[in-house]
Design a protein around this ligand. Structure first.
Ligand code: BGC
Length: 770
């Protein structure tokens, strides 16, 4: 999706129950707010009803789209003042052209706001979000967003449709690749880091290099039934508050400027018509002050949801608290009628219009509609060497070593390698889906990376298999910028060639997985094994007896049990961005010691999903006793994941001492300190992500078996030990009970510390009432 060749770009450019806790008091109005209010009052006094409605209209200019509808008559509408924002266009020239049209030719000269799907980088592309999360490196993640802000603003943009913070526990959902995985605590920290990166540490959007972030998809999109995109979500409020809402809330608290409504319906009401969500929760409880846009044509899609006619769905959305209509044009076409009939009020329209104008004011667009954009700034900023270097470093931090038997990795730079697999020489795939303005021709493939890093190594390439065989899937992928190269030979012939290449090499490096288009939007998969003949290829390679190293590329957890049993080493590289091949070479040759840990559980088989570490215990927990029939388990597979949340290896080993607590009994206002000594017990320096989990043993509601409450990524030289200290403040023990009251309940707790969610050491403590 959204893969826009430059040529077509240029062509296009020519054209309910209320939770008691955490209710936020309205912030005191500042002098800037007063100035803004005065300015916007003055402007709105001059605006006709039609012009106000125009601000609620967000149009897509020109090219690739993520739905069946495209915006029409854009230029004419801009001139009439009927467009508030534009997305899908960038470059100083293109943006200036449209901005000038609005400023010079519309009656009130209100500037447009320019948005775009800058998701994991703009021109310099970083790993997909699921990969960034696997770095557990908040600084690196923030830096990736900061660089994206530098580049996107230099390219004329004001607004990015990121961060995507949907918690996802179902690996079938293609969009699991776009978020941080399954954990609300980690997801919250990443959401804050991304907002800081985009909007700058001071949240000052008037700076020419800060960009307004858009939190998405509000809300619960990641819980779509069966992992099928756009599907229904039905969830208790308690689960929402404890497990799914925290990352959205964290981004709001970090000051995110805008929010995008999600496509799904929530307990019977589509998010885009959901007043409880958009007004009661978002604005009244959480105190959100920015504006809400819809997702792509989400308002007209409510007709398909069965919510009524065009007039009705337009009214539902406005009354719910939606301010801007992305491509749907329902506000544009039906708000005047709805005002006449009384289905919506003038106050509601004014409130939405005001919020859009406030966003423009906060961006400084009224003061400088061009935000210091120039061709010179663009050329000295986009893909500059520091950004490329950061992309390489951040990419290698995101990679996860899933297996490494008998030190199969790192590889030597001498001898010979058989480089096999449909992804081994792909530049298009490494930048991933939603790679926006990234030009894949400038990306580094694995083959290019390996050759550059080890000129003395003999590398022989064979494709071995196509990425997939299913013609329907291939057609679908091609239709959305897949740029696939399909080898017409039979799979037997391709495998035979690969085996021959393998036989004459010292080591086989097989680069397998998914093409970039197999994850992302509208890319659900019901079978999450390696597609096509790739497994058959691996089996044939295994039979050669040569050491088998897998380099995986994929946007979701895969079910790779055979691969786990049979490969000597497995490196998960996600879709690692512009510098993927160089970063992969750094890890394969040991120039960088891998330190990533997965943030979404890998199942043994797809039938286990949704599978996540922070589940409930049930009344009949499975304890691993084979003949114990009446337990919560499957007959044909254990409940264990293939790789648990937080798992990832290193070229060194780390040993954890027994965690110690500052106290074994604490009161409700006390902070507990947990200390643990971690030692690098291997032969090379390395970084470890130490993780702290908590289990609340008894509660007024059943509690998860484990919840992440802290983590630290530390560098340890070989042989070095460090004592890490975690602080568990009173809020860490709290949860939303069945009455949605956020409180800690006295009783027994277990603290668990370790290098992943499974291999932990436990220490008990007690919380007392006073
Ligand atoms: C996606 C959003 C995206 C929007 C604009 C939609 O289809 O769900 O994530 O921001 O398109 O391109």
């Amino acid at each position: 999706m959204k893969q826009i060749p430059l040529a077509s770009l240029l062509l296009a450019l020519s054209l309910a129950p209320v939770a008691q806790a955490q209710k936020k008091p309205a912030p005191a109005a500042s002098a800037t707010d007063a100035k803004m209010k005065q300015y916007i009052d003055g402007l709105m006094a001059k605006m006709t009803t039609e012009e106000k409605i125009g601000q609620l209209n967000l149009v897509s200019v020109g090219f690739d789209v993520t739905g069946p509808v495209v915006s029409k008559d854009v230029d004419a509408n801009i001139r009439k003042g009927l467009v508030g924002g534009v997305f899908n266009t960038y470059t100083p020239v293109a943006v200036r052209k449209l901005q000038e049209m609005a400023l010079k030719e519309s009656r009130l000269h209100i500037p447009l706001m320019f948005g775009y799907d800058v998701i994991h980088g703009h021109r310099t592309v970083f790993p997909i979000a699921l990969g960034l999360a696997a770095s557990w490196d908040l600084q690196a993640i923030e830096q990736s967003a900061r660089i994206a802000a530098e580049e996107s603003t230099a390219d004329g943009l004001d607004w990015v449709f990121s961060p995507m913070v949907d918690i996802a526990r179902d690996a079938r959902w293609g969009r699991i690749s776009e978020g941080s995985g399954e954990d609300p605590y980690l997801g919250s920290r990443i959401a804050e880091a991304m907002v800081r990166g985009y909007q700058g540490p001071g949240n000052d959007l008037t700076q020419p290099n800060t960009v307004m972030a858009c939190l998405k998809h509000f809300a619960l999109y990641g819980a779509a039934e069966a992992g099928r995109d756009y599907n229904t979500t039905d969830m208790s409020r308690q689960r929402m508050y404890n497990e799914y809402l925290p990352p959205y809330k964290a981004a709001i608290d970090a000051g995110v400027g805008s929010v995008m409504s999600s496509f799904n319906d929530i307990n019977g009401i589509p998010a885009t018509a959901n007043k409880w969500l958009m007004t009661d929760l978002l604005r009244k409880q959480w105190g959100f002050q920015g504006f809400v846009c819809t997702d792509y044509t989400a308002i007209p899609e409510m007709k398909e949801h069965g919510m009524g006619t065009d007039e009705q769905v337009a009214a539902l959305a406005l009354n719910a608290g939606i301010d801007q209509d992305m491509v749907g044009e329902e506000f544009l076409k039906y708000t005047a009628k709805n005002l006449q009939s009384g289905a919506v009020s003038k106050a509601q329209l004014d409130a939405a219009c005001r919020r859009i104008l406030e966003a423009k004011y906060k961006l400084g667009l009224f003061a400088d509609p061009y935000r210091k954009v120039s061709a010179e700034r663009a050329s000295s900023t986009l893909m500059k060497p520091e950004f490329i270097a950061a992309a390489r470093d951040i990419a290698r931090r995101s990679m996860v070593l899933l297996k490494n038997d008998r030190n199969a990795l790192p590889l030597k730079k001498t001898g010979s390698i058989a480089l096999i697999g449909p992804l081994a020489n792909r530049q298009r795939d490494v930048i991933g889906s939603w790679s926006g303005a990234g030009d894949w021709h400038q990306a580094v493939s694995v083959e290019q990376g390996l050759r550059a890093a080890a000129p003395g190594l003999k590398i022989t390439y064979a494709k071995g298999a196509n990425i997939a065989d299913d013609q329907q899937m291939l057609d679908r992928l091609q239709a959305h910028g897949g740029e696939l190269e399909i080898d017409k030979r039979s799979s037997e012939e391709m495998i035979k060639e690969a085996v021959q290449v393998a036989q004459s090499a010292d080591v086989v490096v097989a680069v397998v997985g998914e093409s970039q288009g197999m994850s992302g939007e509208a890319a659900a998969r019901a079978d999450i094994t390696l597609p096509g003949q790739q497994l058959a290829l691996l089996k044939a390679l295994k039979a050669t007896g040569k050491p088998l190293v897998l380099v995986l590329m994929n946007g979701r957890p895969l079910a790779i049990s055979w691969e786990n049993q049979n490969a000597d080493a497995i490196l998960e590289t996600w879709f690692a961005g512009t510098q993927a091949g160089n970063a992969i070479a750094d890890v394969l040759f040991g120039a960088y010691n891998p330190s990533g840990k997965i943030t979404a559980t890998f199942p043994q088989v797809v039938g286990q999903v949704p599978l996540y570490y922070n589940h409930k215990n049930t009344g009949r927990p499975y304890g691993g006793v084979k003949l114990d029939k009446y337990k919560s388990r499957y007959l044909d597979v254990s409940n264990d994941p293939l790789y648990p949340f937080g798992f990832g290896l290193s070229y060194t080993t780390f040993t954890y001492g027994k965690p110690t607590l500052s106290k074994s009994t604490i009161g409700p206002a006390e902070t507990l300190t947990v200390s643990v000594t971690v030692q690098n017990t291997g032969n090379v320096d390395g970084e470890e992500v130490a993780q702290l989990y908590l289990r609340d043993m008894v509660g007024s509601s059943s509690r998860p078996v484990s919840e992440l409450k802290g983590f630290q990524k530390v560098m340890l030289k070989k042989g070095e030990s460090k004592t890490l200290t975690f602080r568990l403040a009173p809020d860490a023990l709290k949860f939303y009970n069945n009455d949605l009251k956020f409180a800690a309940e006295p009783g027994d707790f277990q603290v668990m510390v370790g290098g992943n969610s499974r291999d932990v050491q436990m220490v008990p403590f007690k919380l007392v009432a006073q």
